[in-house]
Design a protein around this ligand. Structure first.
Ligand code: URA
Length: 185
C-alpha cells in the first residue's frame, strides 16, 4: 500500500496502459480526503486532461451546481475522482484493460480515505464499483452496504446534460446523498 503522495507520483508516471502516452495530465482526484463522501466518475475529459483536475468541464459544473445547492463543497465535504486517471481518446468509454490497469490505484485511494459513502456516477463507474450485473437506469438511487461502505449510484452528469428527463431523478438522488451524508457526519 502506498501513501497518497507516493500514489500520486506513481500515477503521474504510470505507463500501465497506452493512455499514459496520450494524456496531457493525469487526473488523480480532488477534494477533502477526510470528507467521508466520495464521488467516482468515468474518466477525465478534455478540460480535465488539460487542467489535471476532475469534473471541471460542463458535466462537472452541472454536478457542482447541484451539490452547491445542497451546501456540499468539494474542498470541505467530498472527494471526487474517476475510474480512469487518464483521458481516453475522443472521450470513448474506458476499455476493460484500461480499467483493470487503473482500478488498483483507486482502491488504494479508497483504503486511505476510508469514506463512509461512495457514489458511482454513471454506467461505467457503476459497472466497476458495484459489478457487471448492475444497470444505471434500474439501480440508480438504490443503496447497498458493502465492505463497510454505504454505496449508491446516480446518472452521470453528462447523461443529464444530454437528456432532460434525467434531471429530476438526478436531483432526487443528490438530495438523498446529502441526507445520508448529514446523518453519518
Ligand atoms: N466526466 C467524468 O466522468 N469525469 C470527469 O472528471 C469529467 C467528466
Amino acid at each position: 500500500m502506498l501513501s497518497l503522495k507516493e500514489l500520486y507520483e506513481t500515477c503521474s508516471s504510470c505507463r500501465k496502459c497506452p493512455l499514459g502516452d496520450t494524456r496531457n495530465n493525469m487526473v488523480f482526484g480532488e477534494g477533502n480526503i477526510r470528507g467521508k463522501l466520495v464521488f467516482i466518475g468515468e474518466a477525465p475529459g478534455y478540460d480535465e486532461d488539460m487542467s489535471g483536475r476532475p469534473f471541471v468541464g460542463k458535466a462537472g459544473q452541472l454536478l457542482e451546481k447541484g451539490l452547491s445547492a445542497l451546501d456540499l463543497k468539494r474542498d470541505r465535504d467530498y472527494y471526487i475522482c474517476n475510474i480512469l486517471k487518464c483521458r481516453p481518446p475522443q472521450n470513448r468509454t474506458p476499455l476493460e484493460e484500461e480499467a483493470k490497469a487503473c482500478l488498483p490505484y483507486l482502491r488504494n485511494q479508497i483504503i486511505i480515505m476510508k469514506p463512509k459513502i461512495i457514489v458511482a456516477l454513471g454506467a461505467t463507474s457503476l459497472k466497476y464499483i458495484f459489478g457487471e450485473e448492475f444497470r444505471i437506469t434500474r439501480d440508480r438511487g438504490k443503496w447497498i452496504e458493502r465492505n463497510g461502505f454505504l454505496m449508491t449510484a446516480t446518472f452521470h452528469p453528462s447523461a443529464v446534460l444530454r437528456d432532460e428527463s434525467k434531471k429530476k431523478p438526478f436531483w432526487e438522488d443528490l438530495k438523498e446523498i446529502n441526507k445520508r451524508y448529514r446523518e453519518i457526519k
